[in-house]
Design a binder for this molecule. Structure first.
Ligand code: NI
Length: 222
């Protein structure tokens, strides 16, 4: 299941982020790629230890933490600090799967991959995030400030940018619920309980919907 979530970042935050990026130091993206992904990774990444990168990371993390839609869909337990990537004309990131265990101490299992778009679709040509799914390839290109959240288990690529510049923050989360199907059932159940709560607040079945959601979450979370 793929979630497109608008307004992770506000306009003022995006402006600050773009200013920080303009004065930032960028390095070859291959430096942070696994040995197979290195073959196909052709982008630039902001020096992760620089002061500007730290400032951007903290704004993106704040945006993810305060967004209710993201919290409910992803049920994040740990979110890795984001990487800031830049694709100029001719750059791309070919088909790959993200590492299962991300670097750090302790290493963090990646259940969900997250791209927060820092450029708008009007800023570049090409550069779609393409995710392979049982329903075919899904192409994603969202407004600046929006995010896409998708299972890290998928093969995906960033298509070549043919004009302009694509800026994005990418990161990964370990979810309290590892299994994507279980997360989808929980999201459906949450929608049902919210609706029942609004239209039939005093019915005992509304309590049952809340009970079912809570007990599934209790059973499946770790
Ligand atoms: Ni990836």
């Amino acid at each position: 299941m793929l979630h497109c979530i608008p307004d992770i970042l506000e306009y003022a935050e995006l402006k600050k982020i773009r200013d920080a990026i303009a004065g930032g130091d960028f390095k070859d993206g291959k430096l942070t790629a696994g040995y197979r992904a290195k073959r196909v990774k052709n982008n630039l990444q902001m020096d992760r230890d620089s002061a500007s990168a730290q400032e951007i990371k903290s704004m993106v993390m704040k945006g993810l933490k305060r967004n209710k839609t993201f919290q409910e869909a992803a049920l994040p337990r740990t979110i890795r600090p984001p990487l800031i990537s830049r694709y100029s004309s001719g750059m791309n990131y070919g088909w790959h799967v993200d590492d299962a265990l991300m670097a750090g101490e302790p290493r963090v299992r990646s259940d969900l991959s997250i791209t927060v778009f820092l450029s708008g679709p009007e800023d570049y040509q090409g550069g779609e995030l393409v995710i392979s799914s049982p329903f075919g390839e899904q192409e994603v290109k969202l407004p600046a400030g929006a995010a896409v959240v998708y299972p890290s288990a998928t093969l995906h690529q960033v298509a070549p940018v043919t004009d302009g510049e694509r800026l994005a923050a990418v990161t990964w989360a370990r979810s309290y619920v590892r299994d994507a199907t279980q997360r989808e059932i929980l999201a459906d159940m949450l929608a049902i309980q919210k609706k029942l709560s609004a239209i039939a607040p005093d019915e005992p079945e509304t309590d049952l919907a809340f009970k079912t959601y809570s007990n599934l979450l209790r059973r499946w979370s770790d």
